[in-house]
Write a protein that binds this ligand. Structure first.
Ligand code: SF4
Length: 624
């Protein structure tokens, strides 16, 4: 694209608009800011976490309630972006807020006016004219807000060079972007460090008159020619310096004392997903529902020493101990070292991370010792048949094992169970229902309804999953004018398929999950935390205690070899291994014992693999 050089580029602004979680600075703009400052020491980079200001203004609770639901978040700025569509947009807002009294207290019209006022004030308090480039990081829930800001700012400053990036505009989602949003000059595809640095280098060069589309940089020309979007990624993450969150903390400090809180610091150890690695003869890689491939290719992770020094630096600088690892999944090989070294820092961290169900007990233990208090595990299903369809590469017994380990270590497990996955059938549901009986001892999973992500394997191969057609999610028809809806591809997609029958099919699972949640809550009501199914070890005997809703516990005693087998199966073991471990006991005595334990739901069995379900009453970690 052609552009006019006024002065060489000196100052840029990076903005994050509502509705990300207000309690965390934006890792996207924080990381870009520190990287660009290191690369161009004379460049002034300002970062604006405008969403925090909105949260303070409308109240944190209300902000959070909106930010937790994509369609709520998107409707508010949609009504400002397309006031003529107010009526359609409002309907979605009210549909999504059904039963939410906090959000129903203020009419949609008043709420949008309030947000408009804060947004306009923000836009007018910044002298956008002093910047040579404005970058907008646009992730989930930020689509309409960012487009609104871009439109308003460009109206006031037509010469301001506007760049967008983030998960909302990658790959096919940039199709026709410049046609409908001519205020945008460039879109960055995938991670921003290298493409944005190249862009800044061009813009700093007075001889440069045109920016051509190239790896990671999408221009109106690439759009016209339909050039496929590519990435320009860093080969290694060792060039990254810790994110700069100063602007977020300065803004927070400007609030009244009753509005100040201790934020969570986002950090990344890795980028991409190692489970997505290309394998020969496979139609697709990675989980069938995941569209992460739109943002990254491959997997890279930081060295343990880089991670440890970064967490130490950030928590010392910002004086807060909550850290959320934003990785799609933590590294397999180095996690144990990383978390062992984090423990050695001697800080009482409160950590959160996303992990795979195959994370071993010892690695999880290292995480817990370092301060991991909450994890999201890629559980997704409790049926191995369904896990295969999801291409998770895991089995139900692995899922149950890690659920048990979390319970045992006191790590909050906030994982999901996906319902309505296209092509799931009565056998998957039956298996799920059966297996649910074995996990009622552990923290309940959250129900998530399958949604179709642009670029995911299901979207790419709809016929393999029984989908007849795929198209933009219907809610976008209310938000965007018909020509935009038809010509652009949005990240959230809809499909014609088996959704109606899926809803019926999964009803009993929903019912069971509801009662699981209820009983788990009731059994944990007492102030003293006690696991529902636990055991006490008497060295040559073992007492298993099962808490019950009627207040009367059920106990079971295992003696001698029975005790030893039960302890041996603290992680899942094959029958072959069990028999080999206890050669003096005949198979025809071991197998009935295992069967009895499974019948009592004290052990789980899958394909001749066995897992004990009770956790030690005294928190200790069994590794045998
Ligand atoms: S869901 Fe997680 S493990 Fe699966 S492909 Fe996506 S990032 Fe990888």
């Amino acid at each position: 694209m052609e552009f006019k050089h006024t002065d060489p580029l000196e100052k840029i602004i990076l903005t994050s608009t509502p509705w990300p979680l207000y309690s965390r600075p934006s890792i996207q703009i924080g990381t870009l800011k520190s990287y660009l400052k290191k690369k161009f020491p004379d460049l002034k980079v300002d970062a604006h976490h405008f969403y925090l200001k909105v949260a303070e203004d409308i109240g944190y609770r209300r902000y959070q309630a909106i930010s937790e639901r994509t369609w709520l978040a998107e409707t508010i700025y949609a009504a400002l972006l397309y006031p003529e569509r107010h009526e359609h947009i409002e309907k979605i807002f009210y549909k999504q807020t059904a039963g939410k009294s906090l959000l129903r207290k203020i009419p949609f019209e008043i709420l949008t006016k309030q947000i408009q006022k804060i947004s306009e004030t923000f836009i007018h308090t910044i002298d956008w004219g002093e910047y040579d480039l404005a970058g907008f990081s646009i992730c989930l829930c930020q689509l309409t807000a960012s487009l609104y800001f871009i439109r308003q700012v460009k109206k006031l400053f037509p010469n301001l060079f506007i760049v967008v990036g983030g998960s909302m505009f990658t790959g096919e989602a940039t199709q026709n972007l410049f046609k409908f949003f001519p205020e945008i000059d460039i879109a960055i595809n995938g991670e921003g460090e290298l493409p944005l640095s190249r862009l800044i280098t061009y813009l700093k060069d007075p001889q440069c008159k045109e920016i051509s589309p190239s790896e990671g940089i999408i221009t109106p020309k690439s759009d016209e020619k339909n050039t496929p979007a590519e990435f320009h990624q860093m080969n290694s993450l060792s060039d990254l310096v810790p994110p700069d969150y100063d602007d977020y903390f300065e803004l927070l400090q400007s609030f009244g004392p009753d509005r100040i809180f201790f934020p969570t610091l986002p950090m990344e150890i890795s980028r991409g997903c190692w489970w997505r690695r290309k394998k020969e003869d496979q139609k697709y890689t990675g989980c069938a529902f995941c569209n992460l491939n739109l943002q990254w290719a491959g997997y890279r992770s930081k060295k343990p020493e880089q991670v440890v020094s970064e967490i130490d630096h950030l928590t010392t600088k910002y004086k807060t101990l909550s850290v959320a690892f934003m990785d799609n999944l933590l590294p397999l090989k180095t996690s144990r070292d990383i978390f062992n070294d984090i423990s050695k820092l001697g800080k009482d961290f409160r950590l959160f991370g996303e992990i795979r169900a195959t994370t071993s007990g010892p690695v999880l233990k290292a995480m817990q010792a370092a301060g991991m208090q909450e994890v999201q595990i890629g559980i997704e299903a409790l049926s191995t048949r369904l896990l295969k369809k999801l291409n998770k590469g895991t089995t139900t017994i692995q899922n149950i094992e890690i659920m048990k380990h979390c319970e045992m270590m006191g790590i909050k497990n906030s994982s999901n169970l996906i319902l309505y996955f296209p092509g799931s059938d009565p056998k998957d549901v039956d298996e799920t229902l059966r297996n649910l009986d074995f996990v009622i001892w552990f923290r309940p999973l959250k129900i998530v309804h399958f949604w179709l992500g642009l670029g995911s394997p299901v979207w790419q191969h709809p016929e393999s999953f029984g989908l007849r057609s795929v198209f933009n999610h219907r809610n976008y028809t209310a938000i965007f004018p018909p020509d935009v809806y038809k010509a652009m591809r949005f990240i959230i997609q809809s499909y014609q398929g088996d959704l109606g029958s899926q809803r019926k099919l999964w009803k009993p699972v929903k019912k069971k999950l509801k009662s699981w949640k209820k009983s788990y809550g009731e059994l944990h009501r007492s102030p003293r935390h006690e696991n529902i199914l636990s055991f006490r070890d008497g060295r040559n005997f073992l007492i298993i205690r099962q808490k019950r809703l009627n207040g009367q516990s059920l106990t079971h005693r295992l003696e001698g070899t029975s005790r030893a087998i039960y302890l041996f199966c603290w992680k899942h073991r094959s029958l072959k291994k069990i028999l080999a471990r206890f050669p003096s006991v005949a198979a025809d005595r071991i197998e009935p014992f295992l069967k009895m334990m499974v019948d009592k739901k004290l052990m789980f069995q899958e394909n001749n693999n066995y897992l004990s379900l009770a956790v030690p009453a005294k928190r200790k970690f069994h590794e045998q």
